[in-house]
Ligand binder design. Structure first.
Ligand SMILES: Cc1cc2nc3c(=O)[nH]c(=O)nc-3n(C[C@H](O)[C@H](O)[C@H](O)COP(=O)(O)OP(=O)(O)OC[C@H]3O[C@@H](n4cnc5c(N)ncnc54)[C@H](O)[C@@H]3O)c2cc1C
Length: 457
């Protein structure tokens, strides 16, 4: 470091799940990589603790599956869905190639990912807080400015900057065109010495107030995430413990109640905002934005890390191909290619997450969704293959979404008339679909929704 400036080839901002994995996957290009992370210590977070099978698969493709070793990761082979004391158990459609999902503590996993990148001598890890992007002209970024641990401002110059400063990104407003939106909160608890009624399964509880999910994250430890809708989450002094008790206790299997009570008594409750952020890049050269800084969806389906690893894989492939063709990092067709293909690979995970959350918040649709899954066969394996990230076809998602709406019209129409059910279903799915693919999916949406709209007028 000279004169408080660093010359490098690739500057990566943020060393979380996305930043650490893109750095590690580019390590073998031989390029000088500088990664700036404000805290390299292990952290205790409630995010990113269930990796769906397709995420495990992507990590394998990235050559980073050793990050899952020695963290007491727990196998997850499917989901159990509870609704009014009834339960259904659906297994992932696993194959030799597609292995089970895994639950783990996020901090341990991130430290393992970071160990993968630290193995490369051409990767320089810096502890610092990035305060700004550095512009070489109005439409071109050539690095970033950060404050190091002594509070000194340092400038990094690079032909390519990769921004992955995550959920609370301070840099995204310059690099994206659609603002992010808070869609509610998750309260997170750890249940100790607790076994799930259906071991090795993620559990989703559908209730009339707010859904909650539970999955294993270490031996004898379960993560519970409870939906807290609204713009401001309740605080301890607002009676948070009582609210959580009312929303969860009546729906919990007896075997889990004691651990839940102890977790509440310990008052170790963490609250996180849930966001919706459609991926829409601004046209600025020299930079690419990826991970939660760029794209977020409701965490109910545990799809965030699968999206992140899918995008990391795609971006690293584009960069490597570009370099093999002897091109410069500053010629950026590869960045445009990365953005333009994104929805084909990750659009389904984005749409499903927010659509399912909204369905579970709507009593008629949520009961219809449960009884649709109860039918088994393709009605159960289709949706779970979408949730696991194995199936990425938007048409398949649309087929099951329409079928759930139809099912609500025929089986659950005592409390809501059919036209209102259809309107509600279209209100949920339409904006999600249009954001992912503005032109031809609009036509597809019409095609798929017309049959049940006309049938149930
Ligand atoms: C409540 C909740 C539960 C979730 N559960 C799941 C789940 O079970 N499964 C799943 O797949 N996904 C889940 N997600 C989503 C998942 O957590 C994210 O997709 C994933 O963490 C994204 O990783 P990231 O690296 O892009 O961002 P982050 O995890 O936010 O990491 C960003 C990194 O950048 C660093 N950083 C930020 N600003 C700066 C700065 N200015 N200078 C230097 N460094 C900086 C941070 O310290 C951090 O290390 C959940 C999300 C939420 C909100």
């Amino acid at each position: 470091m000279e004169n408080n400036s660093i010359e490098t080839d690739i500057c990566i901002i943020g060393g979380g799940v996305t930043g650490a994995s893109i750095a590690a996957s580019l390590g073998n290009t031989g390029k000088r990589i500088t990664i700036i992370e404000r805290n390299w210590e292990e952290t205790d977070r409630i995010v990113g603790e269930l990796l769906q099978p397709a995420g495990v698969h992507m990590l394998d493709k990235l050559g980073l599956s050793q990050a899952l070793d020695n963290i007491d990761a727990q196998v997850v082979t499917g989901y159990s869905v509870y609704n009014q004391n009834k339960a259904i158990h659906i297994d992932y459609p696993l194959t030799k190639e597609m292995k089970p999902g895994l639950g783990f503590r996020n901090g341990k996993f991130v430290q393992n990912l970071r160990a993968c990148l630290k193995a490369y001598p051409n990767i320089q890890c810096i502890e610092g807080n990035v305060t700004a992007l550095h512009y070489s002209s109005a439409n071109r970024i050539d690095g970033a400015v950060f404050l190091n641990s002594n509070g000194i401002s340092v400038q990094v110059h690079a032909p390519l900057t990769i921004v992955c400063d995550g959920i609370f990104s301070k840099l995204r407003s310059e690099l994206t065109t659609i603002p992010h939106k808070v869609t509610g909160f998750f309260a997170g608890l750890i249940l100790d010495n607790c076994r799930l009624p259906h071991p090795d399964h993620g559990h989703v509880f559908i209730t009339d107030t707010s859904p909650f999910v539970v999955y294993p994250v270490a031996s004898g430890k379960l993560r519970m995430l409870i939906d807290m809708p609204g713009e401001v989450p309740p605080k301890m002094q607002d009676g948070l413990i009582e609210i959580l008790k009312q929303r969860v206790w009546p729906f919990l299997p007896d075997s889990m109640k004691q651990s839940f009570d102890s977790a509440l008594q310990n008052e170790k409750i963490k609250m996180m905002p849930n966001h919706k952020l459609h991926p829409a890049p601004a046209k600025i050269g020299g930079v690419v934005i990826i991970g939660d800084a760029f794209n977020m969806r409701h965490p109910l389906t545990g799809g965030g890390m699968t999206v992140a690893f899918t995008d990391v894989y795609r971006l690293s492939q584009y960069i490597k191909k570009h370099l093999l063709e002897g091109r410069l990092l500053s010629e950026e067709k590869y960045i445009n290619d990365f953005y333009s293909d994104k929805s084909d690979e990750t659009g389904v995970i984005n749409i499903l997450a927010d659509a399912l959350y909204n369905v579970l918040r709507q009593p008629v649709l949520s009961h219809a969704c449960f009884s649709y899954l109860q039918q088994g066969g393709d009605c159960a394996t289709g949706p779970i293959s979408l949730l696991s990230g194995i199936e990425r076809n938007k048409g398949v998602l649309m087929k099951h979404f329409s079928a759930v709406a139809k099912h609500a019209c025929t089986k659950h129409n005592q409390t809501m008339n059919r036209t209102d059910i259809v309107k509600e279903a279209v209100r949920i799915i339409r904006p999600l679909y249009l954001h992912e693919n503005p032109v031809w999916h609009h036509k597809l949406l019409l095609q798929l929704s017309l049959p049940f709209i006309s049938q149930h007028k």
